[in-house]
Design a protein around this ligand. Structure first.
Ligand code: G2I
Length: 451
């Protein structure tokens, strides 16, 4: 039901808008859930990690979010060949060391990424002849792994060695072209000899469902296991968008690899999109990992949309102001985080009906904006939900859909209509159009109550 509120004087408009802009981030970050990704995943025997860039660690919102939410890290670029050995046999570990010591100080796992990859490879490597290249590859693996010995949970020993498409062939690279198929096996054998305690992974993209490329990787892993080539895990990067959606056989694909006797890990998860659609895709990925006993953890490829390698696709769990997105609430709830279970005070019986909420601004124009609240059911199915929201005074809600509001001053109590029945972990959303009347500040999220 629309409210009528006094129009602001035109002169107040500019300063109100300025103030509103700075307040938006704070208002967005309200959420009814108080668990964290890392602790919720840990309760399920998994880690929840993120890619980290050393040059952002000094930003307090960045490291604050990292330290609060995650219990594993992967250096996004700092351990790659061009970063660690840009000149032959001169090793540079400064930036990677910064990440590793930060992680160690907080008790986080570290995934090492990556030892042998065709990309971000210095030109001196591609210029070598076969014999020299073999020596250089083994030396690189040895020096880097030796430096981090005892500090790395799992190494991406070889990254992206297979071609896309239907051929199932190995990708052309200096290693493949000069050393042949055997370079992968040799890299794993060298890696095992250097740090026998680190898990050794093969990592790739477009291998997330059952397809020609994942079949080729599957055959390789099967062969390695049969012949005793040391391999412990397979990483599924899981970079998704509308052209490359979460495959319907994602869980089945993880399971068939696990059945070969390796751990599986989601290593570079990001899903382009926004709102409920993005949230549901994230929830499906988390569900799949939880359903596969040997899926030991998930890593998202960055903390905030601001620094994503594909920032314009807003693929991560925190927006560019570090506010939690609907996808965050969906992941947390699917992991059984607070708000989704019995709060830890229960009697071990069925989880109580509960829900979490997250807010996103879906469009914005001169004098108005559209907002969307995503409601995610907790660990039990629910039959109805009630959400409270407080709008900044001056704003006028001109339309509200997929929910039924009652008003008390600036506070809206929105109840489910046709969309109250949600399976455990499932999401729905309601939306509204707001006339700014001088204030662009987002509404403050209150509580989500489920029945
Ligand atoms: O491309 C996405 C990922 C696919 N799987 C392997 C990952 O290692 C890869 O990560 C990305 C990083 O997220 C980017 O940050 O790898 C890219 C390079 O292949 C990284 O981009 C590079 C830029 O190309 C460089 O220009 C830049 O100097 O990041 C560097 C550091 O910011």
């Amino acid at each position: 039901m629309p409210r009528s509120l006094p129009r602001r004087a035109a002169g107040a408009f500019a300063s109100a808008l300025l103030a509103a802009t700075t307040l938006t981030a704070l208002a967005h970050s309200a959420t009814a859930a108080d668990g964290t990704l890392g602790s919720a995943a840990a309760a399920k025997g998994r880690y929840f990690g993120t890619a980290v860039a050393a040059n952002h660690l000094g930003e307090s919102a960045y490291s604050g979010t990292l330290d609060r939410e995650f219990n594993a890290v992967t250096p996004e670029n700092e351990m790659k060949w061009d970063a660690t050995e840009s000149t032959r046999n001169t090793f540079t570990f400064g930036a990677a060391d910064q990440i590793v010591s930060h992680a160690q100080g907080k008790g986080m796992k570290v995934r090492g990424h990556t030892l042998v990859w065709h990309s971000q490879l210095p030109s001196w490597v591609s210029g070598l002849g076969a014999g020299d290249l073999r020596t250089a590859m083994n030396n690189h693996i040895t020096q880097v792994m030796q430096h981090y010995k005892g500090k790395i949970y799992a190494w991406d020993v070889v990254n992206e060695a297979f071609q896309d498409g239907s051929s199932g062939a190995r990708r052309s690279s200096p290693f493949q072209d000069k050393l042949g198929n055997g370079f992968i096996e040799e890299a794993f054998r060298t890696a095992r000899s250097v740090d026998p305690d680190a898990k050794l992974c093969y990592n790739d993209y477009n291998t997330d469902g059952v397809n020609a490329k994942s079949n080729a990787v599957y055959d390789m892993v099967k062969d390695f296991k049969a012949r005793g080539v040391p391999i412990d895990c397979v990483g599924f990067q899981s970079h998704f968008n509308s052209a490359s959606p979460v495959p319907s056989d994602y869980q089945a694909n993880l399971q068939r690899f696990a059945d070969l006797g390796v751990d599986v890990q989601i290593t570079e998860l990001d899903i382009e999109g926004s709102g409920t659609a993005q949230a549901n895709n994230y929830a499906n990925v988390v569900k799949a990992c939880l359903a596969v006993t040997r899926c030991t953890g998930l890593t998202v490829w960055g903390i905030t949309d601001k620094y994503s390698w594909r920032s314009s696709g807003t693929p991560l769990l925190f927006d560019s102001n570090y506010a939690q997105k609907p996808a965050y609430a969906a992941v947390l709830t699917t992991l059984g985080g607070t708000g989704g279970g019995d709060g830890g005070g229960g009697n071990g019986g069925d989880p109580a009906a509960a829900c979490t909420i997250a807010y996103a601004r879906t469009s914005d124009w001169n004098d108005g904006y559209n907002g969307e609240v995503t409601v995610t059911a907790g660990a039990a199915p629910i039959t109805g939900w009630t959400v409270t929201l407080t709008f900044p005074s001056g704003q006028k809600v001109s339309a509200l859909w997929n929910g039924s509001p009652t008003w008390n001053g600036d506070v809206a109590t929105v109840r489910s209509t046709y969309n109250g029945n949600l399976a455990a972990g499932a999401s729905t959303s309601f939306g509204f159009t707001v006339m700014k009347n001088g204030s662009s500040t987002a509404p403050t999220l209150g509580t989500c109550t489920a029945s």
